[in-house]
Design a protein around this ligand. Structure first.
Ligand SMILES: *Cc1c(COP(=O)(O)O)cnc(C)c1O
Length: 374
């Protein structure tokens, strides 16, 4: 096949609604001169978001990372506390543990979910029974094995924080990811399934804790006329303009999930016949958002071969996250498990999953990949 087009194809890029919903909400903020701080878009985005995922309440923040930081603080994590964290994740999951001067202990994945291994989690509890919080991540829109993980955490009476940054639109047994734990966080960073250009959300059924987070996130200003502070403050709130983008994007979330699923099924149909290719695990209790279509390779063709062949044609792809226990900054911390996350990192690749791709784009990609098997 001769490639006629060489237009850039992204891994996952911002995709505003065809209807222009985002601009309508932004325009409203301009018309009322309510650009910042907070305002109607922020309040409504929080309400609409909480409704969408089925949580009692939500706080709109400046990033998903800020949301994890606030969740840890709300869960009472402080200096010297142990926090369990999956090793296979983006560093933004683990960094806020350090912001709180706490100590991360990393947990391996399992092959069944690519997410936290319940077995490794139990081993970690044996050595560290006094854990302050457990962070669970739902990578690439695949949900973790929540029943098992929650059973283990309940037994030890430890709060769960779900990092659902990549799993907005993902349901586990019919319930939205991010609403199982005591806290759930979401990200609206540029490459996530919906974006506000940058932003995050913290959800919880604990209204008292969420209003406390709103207080901390606006510099911990005590209710006094003068500037009075009895606690450390943060500047972590979302702006009213950014929240307008979020309200518009939320309206078309289901459409984006539909397209992400279409992309995954396209790859599956076209690439499944290739030798030694395995697709990311879709369990029957899992209703994923298919954020990034990912595969692992166990034959002669390596992830780097695919990445280089695609890059030559101006197409973006990337490796699976490099585990935290292998990172120079984090390798000094304890780790439980085998080498499952490491194997996923060594053998995995995230294929282009941009929702603006056409069938022609997808055909271009699969032809390039298939070419490596010839
Ligand atoms: C994107 C992401 C975050 C961080 O979100 P930001 O909004 O970029 O701060 C955290 N955890 C995971 C797993 C992510 O993919």
């Amino acid at each position: 096949m001769i490639t006629v087009s060489n237009k850039r194809i992204y891994l996952s890029s911002p995709h505003m609604s065809d209807e222009g919903y985002e601009m309508q909400y932004i325009q409203e903020a301009f018309d009322t001169n309510w650009i910042a701080p907070l305002g109607k878009n922020v309040n409504e985005f929080e309400n609409e978001f909480a409704d969408k995922v089925g949580s009692k309440t939500a706080a709109a923040l400046s990033s998903g990372t800020a949301a994890i930081h606030m969740a840890l603080k709300a869960a009472g994590v402080g200096e010297g506390d142990i926090v369990f964290c999956p090793t296979l994740t983006f560093s933004a999951t683990a960094n806020p543990i350090i912001y709180q001067n706490a100590i991360p202990v990393f947990i391996d994945s399992d092959n069944e979910t690519w997410n936290m291994s319940p077995k490794a989690l139990e081993e970690a509890f044996e050595k560290y029974p006094n854990v302050k919080a457990v962070i669970v991540v739902h990578l690439y829109g695949l949900s973790a094995n929540m029943d098992k993980i929650m059973d283990i955490c309940k037994k030890h009476n430890v709060p769960i924080i779900e990092d659902a940054a990549e799993s907005l639109g993902t349901y586990y047994k019919g319930k939205h990811t991010g609403t199982f734990g005591d806290y759930g966080i979401f990200s609206f960073n540029g490459n996530k399934i919906i974006t506000t250009s940058g932003g995050g959300m913290l959800v919880s059924d604990n209204e008292e804790r969420i209003s406390k987070v709103r207080f901390w996130a606006t510099q911990s200003r005590d209710p006094a006329r003068h500037y009075q502070h009895s606690e450390l403050g943060f500047n972590y709130r979302m702006s009213n303009v950014v929240a307008g983008i979020g309200r518009g994007q939320l309206k078309i979330l289901d459409k984006r999930v539909e397209k992400k699923k279409y992309i995954y099924e396209f790859y599956k149909r076209e690439l499944t016949e290739l030798e030694r290719v395995a697709f990311m695990p879709i369990n029957d209790w899992n209703n994923p958002n298919y954020w990034l279509s990912s595969i692992t390779l166990s034959g002669k063709v390596r992830p780097l071969d695919i990445m280089e062949a695609l890059e030559k044609e101006n197409i973006e792809s990337r490796p699976i996250w490099k585990p935290m226990h292998m990172q120079p900054f984090f390798e000094k911390y304890d780790y439980f498990g085998e080498d499952i996350a490491e194997n996923l990192f060594n053998n995995g690749i995230c294929l282009p999953s941009d929702t603006k791709m056409t069938d022609d784009d997808l055909n271009r990609i699969v032809e390039i990949i298939k070419g490596l098997w010839k």
